[in-house]
Design a protein around this ligand. Structure first.
Ligand code: GTP
Ligand code: SPV
Ligand code: MN
Length: 590
């Protein structure tokens, strides 16, 4: 009798009609064979899938140009299909599962015709961890197959582990005809199934990432008592060699990758990287919060990545030994055949192609690299990789950082009064939208815990779940809020960010040990100036004052926005929030 996995692959093939089926073994040799095919044979819209880049300066690296209509996640086309609409909540698009599948069946009929269907067996998490999720994705494009090998633990042994079992997570992916009208990314949490058609981009197509490790996993966590979060995991080593672990949630393109690899400007401090996008959190037997990263690579934002902002990432990108490095929608310096993006060097290369492969002429407001151009690279190449990365137990967390991109109002850092207050503040948090999703950029929206686009169930229940986790923690981590993006009147950033963010981390770590001083404000505890390390910090005193300031008089609108947002979730909102809301409202009125 055929195994469940073979049966499923067969069913998908009957529907999508690929010309052949290829089971990936996850080897390096195979990845290079697929890249070769992507350079020479395979075409999308008449164009090659991969281009070889300068192998001397960027070893083992290749460029991919996605379809111009397919450059970011499409939240409007992303659905979470629980059988009960209320379980999906107002934070998700919803369709009844049967209806959704009927639609997808229509869209998928013959969608792989003339193409190869790649079967990708992979694990999210260390396969030896009780947390590991065994998955199989099919796809009809080499770019996704090679990317998944970099981003996940992919290989033959996964097939052996799955064996005859039928409880693996299924991901059906086809780029279809790339017509946005025929594009859908749909989740079926009750069947552990993702069905994505019509896009080859990032979170829409690399299904292990947002679809499985956040949307499906967050719902599993809700039922089983753990959390799947849009968070980095870092170790902060102090001058005595003591390492404390933090997690940090910032919305898409709001600084996670950079924070995860920060190179400290303070002597004696060092950051160890465990993850740059996703953390799975559980309450350990010791009553502490423990974190693991289910991924195996970085799918990071290229623009702004440079030796002066994130040198560790530039080094990571140039290793090229463990896996190929892919660049998606960057520009190309045609004199050297090197990838290029805004920020990589101060000046434009003389001869430059833009992200679509056209000759680039510098013009105000025009970028050579797409604002959401990215690199895909193995975490094993990261020079600051923590030796705990593969620990199946994960690492114990001392502090949780939440934050957003806010050009005004929100100070550089503050601490919540306690877990409940922290969860409440996390739920009302807002951020300005970025190019990581296709909708308008720079719009302030509520993005609780940076999870708005990734929570696979009703967010009202999600807030309650956070509160419940807090009750189970004997030693709950303190919850902090950060904002690297506050601006002055002329629109310039007040805070230098990047390596200087270590100063904020230092204060946070000290606060987790009740060492540094703080000042109480209406919204939380801010650093007393004497407790914040400013030695060697080269910014005007006035900027420092501004970036820390809490304009208590200007919080009205924030509270109103949060109230309107919370109302959408009706009876799903935790009752405990009412009290937090009243306290804050009263404080702000006086
Ligand atoms: P996703 O991969 O979309 O989840 O994003 P991310 O949160 O990992 O964002 P990332 O670190 O890639 O940063 C996004 C953009 O913000 C990049 O252009 C960075 O250069 C920029 N950025 C990151 N950290 C800072 C900072 O401290 N200050 C300023 N001004 N910009 C920053
Ligand atoms: C994000 O948008 O938060 C990302 C990139 O990390 S994607 O994989 O496309 O979701
Ligand atoms: Mn992300």
């Amino acid at each position: 009798m055929a195994k469940a996995i073979e049966k499923w692959v067969d069913e998908v093939a009957q529907l999508t009609e690929p010309k052949q089926i290829y089971w990936c073994d996850g080897s390096d040799e195979e990845a290079h064979r697929l890249i070769e095919k992507g350079i020479k044979e395979e075409k999308i819209d008449g164009k090659p899938v991969f281009y070889e880049l300068n192998q001397k300066n960027w070893p083992n690296s290749y460029l991919h140009r996605s379809h111009p209509s397919d450059v970011a996640r499409t939240e409007n086309l992303t659905f979470v299909c629980h059988s009960n609409k209320e379980t999906s909540g107002p934070n998700n698009n919803w369709m009844a599962p049967d209806e959704a599948k009927k639609l997808l069946t229509g869209l998928s009929k013959g969608s792989m015709r003339g193409r190869t269907m790649y079967v990708l067996p992979f694990v999210m998490g260390n396969p030896d961890s009780p947390f590991a999720k065994f998955c199989v994705q099919v796809t009809d494009i080499t770019y996704v197959a090679v990317s998944m090998r970099i981003m996940t633990r992919m290989g033959k042994d996964t097939l052996e582990r799955i064996g005859n079992r039928s409880d693996f997570i299924k991901g059906l992916h086809s780029i279809g005809d790339l017509n946005p009208e025929r594009r859908r990314i749909m989740h079926f949490p009750e069947e552990n199934l993702i069905w994505s058609i019509g896009s080859g981009y990032g979170g829409n197509a690399l299904l292990g990432k947002k679809c499985i490790s956040l949307r499906l996993a967050s719902y599993m966590g809700y039922k089983e008592g753990w959390l799947a979060e849009h968070m980095i995991i870092i170790g902060v080593e102090d001058p005595n060699g003591k390492v404390d672990y933090l997690v940090a949630a910032l919305p898409s393109a709001c600084g996670k990758t950079n924070l995860a690899m920060l190179r400290s400007t303070l002597p004696g401090y060092k950051i160890w990287t465990l993850g740059d996008d996703i953390a799975w959190l559980r309450v350990g037997q010791d009553g502490r919060l423990w974190a693991t990263n289910p991924e195996n690579g970085f799918f990071g934002v290229a623009p702004g990545t440079a030796m002066n902002t994130n040198p560790s990432m530039i080094e990571t990108l140039k290793v090229g030994t463990f896996y190929p490095t892919l660049f998606t929608n960057t520009g190309v310096n045609t004199d050297t055949n090197e990838p290029w993006w805004e920020g990589l060097s101060e000046d434009y290369p003389a001869n430059l192609l833009d992200w679509q492969g056209n000759k680039f002429a510098a013009k105000e407001g025009k970028n050579a690299a797409h604002a959401n151009s990215r690199f895909t690279v193995s975490i094993k190449q990261c020079p600051t990789l923590s030796r705990e990365f593969n620990n199946p137990e994960g690492v114990p967390i001392s502090g949780i950082i939440l934050g957003g991109r806010r050009s005004s109002l929100i100070p550089l850092v503050y601490e919540s009064f306690d877990w409940k207050h922290g969860v409440f503040c996390g739920a009302m948090m807002g951020s300005e939208t970025t190019a990581a999703a296709t909708s308008a950029v720079g719009q302030l929206r509520r993005d609780p815990m940076a999870m708005l686009p990734f929570c696979g169930y009703n967010m009202g229940d999600y807030f309650g779940h956070w509160l419940k986790i807090g009750k189970k923690l004997q030693i709950p981590p303190k919850i902090f809020f950060v904002n690297w993006f506050r601006k002055d009147e002329s629109g310039k950033f007040l805070w230098p960010g990047y390596g200087e963010n270590i100063r904020v981390l230092k204060w946070i770590i000290e606060r987790t040990k009740n060492q540094a001083e703080s000042t109480e404000t209406h919204i939380g505890l801010t650093p007393s100036l004497s407790s914040f390390e400013t030695e060697g910090l080269n910014i005007p005193a006035e900027n420092l004052k501004k970036v820390f300031s809490v304009d208590e008089g200007k919080w009205d609108k924030e509270l109103q926005d949060a109230e309107a947002f919370f109302e959408k979730f009706g009876k799903h909102m935790p009752k405990e929030f009412n009290r937090e809301f009243d306290i804050l409202e009263k404080k702000l009125k006086t």
